[in-house]
Design a protein around this ligand. Structure first.
Ligand code: NAD
Length: 431
């Protein structure tokens, strides 16, 4: 795989490899390599000074074989159609790996919310959701938050869609505030799911969580909560970095106090009793568990050759480059791929949608225990696929599990002609 590939091309390569390993025909790849439907919309918004600005937005529905498509909406200046396509495609496999009855979708608007007032963001949110309303719906395509969108934005979008339909439709979107149909436990779901998968991985390789050392890159929503949950499981958090600097203490950092310190000071740097540490030092330090929870392409080939961790839990999306993946596999590092390790968020989004459809709401304990079952089962399936197939790494194994589900749904729906089922030895529990 060449270094120049963009995210969309990388995602396509990952599918191609998994389809080949499963022994499926090229028809499966031909269907999965591109989205089923894409919509580009021009969104005129009145700015606070009275000017009209026209933003470009997208909604991409990658594959709906398993159910309605699902995926977040991103507000960011760099949003492009290719990026939204890649993110939609990843959502198909993220949902399938945890066995959700969803396909993958994603949306985005090229805009800079940091330069917009809350009223402008509200008008953009309402206009965008109206523009894509004809192709979304609780049985068709269900959006959620992503970069620079949040529960408030979801609430405005739900409200606008409800006006368009003429009745309250809470199930149109997930990640809403709890008062308007959001689920308890949604906020911590990505991190909680990640901590369950790491715990299972540690068990699988015989690593004792009590006293296991952890380094965390990115101390935001995902990173700081994974740190807290792993600490509660007995791990020792020895280092954390954010975009401004790092904190290291071989005796262990208190993850809750560190989060409070970051909230007050805007950085983890300078946390009392810690030494400074750089991003690169953190990624290559001696530790048992490494959590990339910041950005894409952080573990490059150069970094990978010096990584000392036994387990990498990808809370972030796409933190490891394909070249680095090969090096880590050769070194025997167990990489828990993003589509598995951070699938807790979409899983609790699914629970939110189920609760909205029933009109009956669960306690936080119920949400968390249902999440645990889904994440543990998903880990076990991926790990079994990894162990049973020589030359397959955990990322390919995760794609193989997902593609087994998606291709079987496509086969029984008659989308694949005479395609035989996936060979028994590679099947997951498709019964
Ligand atoms: P966030 O904005 O809350 O936190 C990001 C953290 O990364 C911040 O602490 C920031 O300072 C740090 N960071 C940014 N640039 C950095 C750099 N160059 N070096 C070191 N640290 C840097 O975001 P988040 O919601 O925690 O998301 C983090 C990652 O997890 C993203 O890849 C996101 O796509 C992924 N993710 C998050 C969720 C979720 O529910 N929050 C779900 C799925 C995936």
């Amino acid at each position: 795989m060449s270094k120049e590939l963009n995210s969309y091309q990388i995602a396509q390569e990952q599918i191609k490899e998994a389809v080949k390993k499963l022994g499926l025909s090229s028809t499966v790849f031909d269907i999965l390599k591109q989205p089923e439907r894409e919509l580009t919309v021009a969104v005129p918004v009145e700015m606070d000074n009275g000017d009209i600005r026209v933003f470009t937005g997208y909604r991409v529905q990658h594959n709906s074989a398993l159910g309605p498509t699902k995926g977040g909406i991103r507000f960011h200046p760099d949003v492009t159609l290719d990026e939204v396509r890649a993110l939609a495609l990843w959502m198909t496999f993220k949902s399938a790996v945890v066995g959700l009855p969803y396909g993958g979708g994603k949306g985005g608007v090229a805009c800079n919310p940091k330069e917009m007032s809350p009223r402008e963001i509200q008008r953009l949110s309402r206009e965008y959701i109206r523009a894509i309303a004809p192709i979304i719906g609780p049985e068709k395509d269900i959006p959620a938050p992503d970069v620079y969108t949040n529960p408030q934005v979801m609430s405005w979008m739900m409200d606008e869609y409800s006006k368009y339909k003429g009745y309250n439709d809470f199930g149109i979107i997930t990640g809403k505030p709890v008062i308007v149909g959001g689920s308890l436990g949604r906020n911590e779901a990505t991190a909680r799911g990640c901590s369950f998968v790491i715990r299972e991985a540690a068990k699988a390789i015989g690593l004792d969580m009590k006293g296991a050392t952890v380094a965390v890159q990115g101390y935001g929503n995902a990173g700081s909560i994974v740190a807290r949950l792993l600490h509660e499981m007995g791990c020792q958090i020895i280092a954390a970095v954010d975009s401004t600097g790092g904190a290291y203490n071989p005796q262990g950092l208190d993850p809750v106090k560190l989060a409070e310190y970051k909230k007050e000071n805007g950085t983890v740097k300078g946390y009392p009793g810690s030494k400074e540490i750089s991003n690169e030092e953190l990624l290559t330090m001696k530790c048992d568990i490494l959590i990339p929870a910041a950005l894409e392409n952080q573990i490059t080939e150069d970094i990978a050759k010096d990584v000392q961790a036994k387990i990498i839990g990808e809370a972030a999306n796409g933190p490891t480059t394909p070249g680095a993946d090969r090096i880590l596999t050769e070194k025997g590092v167990l990489v828990l791929p993003d589509i598995l390790a951070n699938a807790g968020g979409v899983t609790v989004s699914y629970f939110e949608w189920v609760q909205n459809n029933m009109g009956y709401y669960w306690s936080e304990e119920e949400v968390n225990s249902k999440l645990e079952v889904k994440m543990v089962n998903a880990f076990n399936e991926v790990y079994k696929m990894f162990k049973n197939n020589k030359g397959v790494d955990m990322r390919t194994a995760a794609y193989m599990v997902s593609i087994s589900y998606v291709s079987e749904a496509m086969r029984v729906r008659g989308w694949l002609g005479q395609e035989p089922a996936v060979a028994k030895s590679r099947q997951v529990n498709l019964a």
